[in-house]
Write a protein that binds this ligand. Sequence first.
Ligand SMILES: Cc1cc2nc3c(=O)[nH]c(=O)nc-3n(C[C@H](O)[C@H](O)[C@H](O)COP(=O)(O)OP(=O)(O)OC[C@H]3O[C@@H](n4cnc5c(N)ncnc54)[C@H](O)[C@@H]3O)c2cc1C
Length: 405
Amino acid sequence: MIDPEVFALDFDEYLARVAVLTDEILIPAEEEMVAAGAVPEHVLRALARHGLFGVSIPRRLGGLEWNMTQQVALTMEFTRASCVYRSRFSTVIGLCSQAILDHGTDAQREGLLPKMAAGEHITAFALTEPEAGSDAASLTTTARRVDDGWRIDGSKRYITNAHWADELVVFARTGEASEGAAGVTAFLVPRGAEGVTTRLPSRMNGHAEAPVAEIELVDVRVDDSAILGGQVGKGFAAALRGINHARLHVAATCVGQSTRMLEETARHLSERRQFGAPLADLGAVQADLGRCFADLEAARALTVEAARAFDTGTVPRHRIAAAKLFASEMAGRVADRCVQLLGGEGIVGDHPVPRMWRDVRALRIYEGSSPVHERNLGRAVTRQVRLDGTLPDTYRVTRGPADAA
Ligand SMILES: Cc1cc2nc3c(=O)[nH]c(=O)nc-3n(C[C@H](O)[C@H](O)[C@H](O)COP(=O)(O)OP(=O)(O)OC[C@H]3O[C@@H](n4cnc5c(N)ncnc54)[C@H](O)[C@@H]3O)c2cc1C
């Protein structure tokens, strides 16, 4: 449950409270989390009390309703701590709640979002399948009409929070395979429904304390009220609503993680002496830190700008994709340089930077892998230029055929 006084805070006060949470609870609990192999219960309770499951959910539905610019500022703050914490509420605040908010029925919104905002109802977003990863629209999980509703059969994998979720948003094919995305419907399926089983992987390389899960769906029966928005064949639009939201949060996460890695590394370099002086005094080391800082600030600016555009009312999906692509590649570069600058401490022992180095690797893979974003953005550039001579999500004031001439 969200502490009642949190609702009275203005945004700056709330951000300050999240900064204290990060410095006094999340960062100090990282070692406990790693030793336990899971996010400690007391941390999950603190996240819920602070309202982090509800940042994107409207106040009338029990959330804090911060806009996207505010949400990315918050994310950059709390992801100075392990990004594994964020995994535990990411599927609630981005992928699932936004799909339900914009595409659900009134009953679905009012029934689910208040308890999701309170951190009392965990949802997982079940899109990816063993044979449908980057090409998600080729999914083969089926939902077939039966007398009293629908029968769902199929497999999902790599699903964040699926093993402990209360509810799964399952994307299943209700049309023909030839229809691609148009034949996909989203279903709200209780994880405890008969025929649903989840299984954790034997090992995670990164994000180890918040593992993804496989889901098997065998003869799972639901009625029409389980269809998100009650609309057959509209599942992919709902998925993209959640995905675009989540991509911007991932970009902000890359900024938060890189901020911490850079701070930790610079601190180490100021204390570690070699050749009679702190390593931080070496010109080559300073150049490395300077490049990391410039990279980080570029990603921050890109992310904040995409969030600003988001708050004007349209989803700037190409700018969001560009921010996610750049920020996740940036985090990879910063992580690699920081590990290098730590020397043996980057490989041996408990320093937080190598743990973050492993964790940020996944950010270049989920919410669309980097090569897929490059391909899609390249295609969008060509398509838009052919259409009207401008770039996707253009900043230009005028557009139209005359403009392109
Ligand atoms: C930690 C983690 C959490 C996740 N959480 C969720 C979740 O909650 N819900 C969910 O539905 N899914 C989730 N996923 C799945 C994630 O979205 C997929 O891993 C991702 O879409 C890539 O699919 P894939 O792993 O099957 O890789 P593949 O599709 O097999 O692709 C492998 C690689 O091939 C290259 N490639 C693929 N296609 C192209 C192309 N067109 N052009 C150029 N290169 C290409 C890329 O380098 C790509 O990384 C998660 C994954 C991870 C690792």
